[in-house]
Design a protein around this ligand. Structure first.
Ligand code: CNA
Length: 239
């Protein structure tokens, strides 16, 4: 049996699937990832992207931060990919328990997924640093320069920047899902960003499927490795 057929059989047999993903889930929605050849990290900026989207840089040079953030990290027109849609359908069918994502684009929810843990937050939520008033993504896009609240405070995206910690409740929920999963699918992530990538170590089963276009540090730990595009693989799943 080839790897894709084995994967399809495991999906068919399981009613306790958990998916852990990253930017590669959304490249087929037209949102560039970070580390692919045409990803953000291989384009040329005055500062490396990981510097710009760090907490220090946000505090010290918010004008450059917001210019980059608005141009490169917000895609309001993006629509869910096949992978987003199939994951939502698997949850609806009672087979998938949850999605743990490093993405910040809200596309899993847009596809209909309900139990989504957003480890790195979401561009769709923004708060005034002073009065905590909520702002949606349009408010950020419409405001010129550094977005400011009516009260004068700066509006911060609810996105985990480099140097910032992850939310404890999210981590605990993610660990619980992973620990109890029967079939654990990891896809579209270089598994190079910690602590998120380390969550995979909590899986105790024997059906870890890794689907990624390029090699990752976890390839040798996978029970099944599929080096292919997520959309191609997920379009084979019939629910
Ligand atoms: P990454 O480091 O850019 O890795 C993406 C991985 O996905 C690479 O290994 C690619 O080979 C692989 N890949 C790309 N397209 C596909 C595809 N169609 N099928 C299969 N594999 C594919 O991104 P990570 O998520 O691992 O890194 C974590 C960062 C990226 C998180 O902090 C995110 O917030 C951040 N990010 C998010 C988005 C988004 O929300 N859509 C976009 C860009 C970056």
């Amino acid at each position: 049996m080839n790897n894709i057929n084995q994967f399809l059989q495991w999906v068919e047999e399981s009613d306790n699937i958990v998916f852990f993903g990253g930017a590669g889930v959304s490249t087929e929605s037209g949102i560039p990832d970070f580390r692919s050849a045409d990803g953000l990290y291989n384009q040329k900026y005055d500062y490396p992207p990981e510097t710009i989207i760090s907490h220090t840089f946000y505090m010290q040079k918010p004008d450059i931060f917001f210019k980059f953030y608005k141009e490169k990290m917000i895609y309001p027109e993006a629509e869910p990919s096949t992978t987003h849609k199939v994951l939502a359908a698997l949850e609806k069918a009672g087979k998938l328990k949850g999605v743990i994502t490093q993405n910040i684009d809200g596309l899993h929810q847009k596809a209909g997924s309900r139990n989504v843990i957003e480890l790195h937050g979401s561009v769709l939520r923004n708060y005034c640093e002073k009065c905590h008033k909520f702002y949606d993504v349009n408010a950020i896009m419409e405001k010129q320069g550094i977005p400011c609240c009516d009260c004068g405070g700066r509006i911060k995206p609810d996105v985990v920047l480099y140097e910032e910690g992850l939310d404890d409740t999210n981590i605990r929920s993610a660990i619980s899902l992973i620990k109890n999963a029967d079939l654990f699918i990891v896809g579209g992530t270089s598994l190079g960003v910690y602590p998120a990538a380390g969550l995979i170590d909590y899986y105790r089963g024997d059906k870890l499927v890794l689907i990624n276009k390029s090699p990752t540090p976890y390839d040798s730990k996978a029970d099944l490795l599929i080096s292919d595009a997520l959309g191609k693989v997920f379009s084979e799943i019939k629910i």
